[in-house]
Design a protein around this ligand. Sequence first.
Ligand code: ADP
Ligand code: MG
Ligand code: MG
Length: 252
Amino acid sequence: APQLKIKDFGVSIEGKEILKNFSLDIKGGEIHAIMGPNGTGKSTLASSLMGHPSYEVTAGSVELDGEDVLDMEVDERARAGLFLAMQYPSEISGVTTADFLRSAINANREEGDEISLMKFIRTLDEKMNVLEMDNSFSQRYLNEGFSGGEKKRNEILQMLMLQPRVCILDEIDSGLDIDALKVVSKGVNDLRSPDRAFLIITHYQRLLNYITPDFVHVMMQGRIVKSGGPELAQRLEAEGYDWIKQELGIKD
Ligand code: ADP
Ligand code: MG
Ligand code: MG
């Protein structure tokens, strides 16, 4: 089972410090939710864990099963089992969703161990069924002209196909209607396993009605300021973030 250890992580963008003393341990089988107001560095956390080049790591360590993640290239991080489902996935012209998925699967495999076309098609069919996606979808160019909901579903489809060990979801619920939210949650719950860990970033409690987290963390000013169970998310939904700011003496 995977173990992700983030310790005293510091990240800057264009010289501006965004993450500061961010620490979190995530183990296989666990679902951690991170909630927090806009602009607190949630997406920065997700992107810098994946090795996005715009983010400069200034402090701390990130280890996956004792291996130094910060020392890995982006593709190595994916091969190690890290996956990010994004808030704003990018469009790729001329590459179909199916081709993209097959390349992504094979990029994570050793040479000579590529997935067979038959097996790929069978798996793709099965996963698209789980997500109630139309078959024609896989032949469309990746994210090109996809609606917001289709993009998010497609991110979850990638996750179901790649079976990553550590799944990070960044505001996958934003802009989804209830039906799409249920389908996306079904995909996540389908993947839930002792051999897999989830870090679910969300602005709203709504998603957590369908995916029950083990831990809820509140992020403010680039670090975790409060942790609890699902009840913490419910309190945030009811009362917002002001009571935490008051508790901590944070002014915005
Ligand atoms: P959240 O996901 O919690 O809303 P972000 O991680 O997106 O927060 O942003 C954290 C802070 O970093 C914000 O103040 C934002 O303006 C800033 N920021 C994010 N991305 C960039 C960027 N590419 N260039 C400059 N500043 C950025
Ligand atoms: Mg945001
Ligand atoms: Mg964000």
